[in-house]
Design a protein around this ligand. Sequence first.
Ligand SMILES: Cc1cc2nc3c(=O)[nH]c(=O)nc-3n(C[C@H](O)[C@H](O)[C@H](O)COP(=O)(O)O)c2cc1C
Length: 271
Amino acid sequence: MDKSLTTDNSIRSLSRVKTMNIDFPNPVGLAAGFDRDGELLSSFIPAGFGFIEIGTVNVNSTCNEGESLKKIINNIQHSKSSSENKTVIGVSLGSLRDTIDDNTVADYITGMELFWNCSDYLVINLSRPGSSMRDKSTINSELHLLLNKVKQSHSELCTRHGTYRPVIVKIAIEYKKSSLSLPETLTIALELQFDGLLLAFENWPSSDDIVTALGKVLLLTNKLPLIVVGGIKTASDVSKILSAGAVLVQCYTLFVDKTPEEINKTIVDLL
Ligand SMILES: Cc1cc2nc3c(=O)[nH]c(=O)nc-3n(C[C@H](O)[C@H](O)[C@H](O)COP(=O)(O)O)c2cc1C
């Protein structure tokens, strides 16, 4: 890794963002799935991301997964304490169950408890491909119940730990498909006082279409911080989506097969 990446703070002062009570060095983040276990953090933190989302960690509350989860926590703690650069680290939490029941709720709650201290924010991931949580028909019943219980536990954890940890919900919005309805999810997230919504736009033809969709969302609310991921490739995409009202963006595909130095250059170009 090029040493200059660890000392060059020029991109960090360009576009700081304060949202959800967190100072983000810049608005470009690494999306979940890229570094599931936090094993690449020591290379990715100096690369200049505004934030990095670890996971999705699919916790199973009915199994003893202590060792594998402890390893992820250690990776995050170690890279945070050994890096000169401060990067915001989120942890994406999931459940691999096919039904939404008390066990599913317990998976998310266990995940929040485990990653509370080592994360800067937590994500309730409802975007897993093929999962019933992406299904439009769940929105008004089970999903509301799930998110309600998750948010109640989140409040209890805040009290118990004496610290606030922002918690957001990630949903997938497939182009012209009947995935979860954005307005309804937005209403639930607002009502239950989540800290933000992470919108994964899937298979959208262009960032202009995403901008149009965001415009409609912002007519419903401009209060809830929106983070956008999906199809972002250029500085123009980033600037359009941020101008349309998103507070932060994430990319995945753009960083595939790139060295940390190439990632650093890509982030600089995006900003
Ligand atoms: C191989 C692969 C694995 C992924 N794993 C996850 C995951 O574990 N959790 C998650 O929330 N999203 C996951 N995603 C979705 C990404 O976070 C992101 O939403 C999606 O790739 C769209 O962004 P992009 O167009 O910049 O790639 C994954 C995507 C890919 C391609």
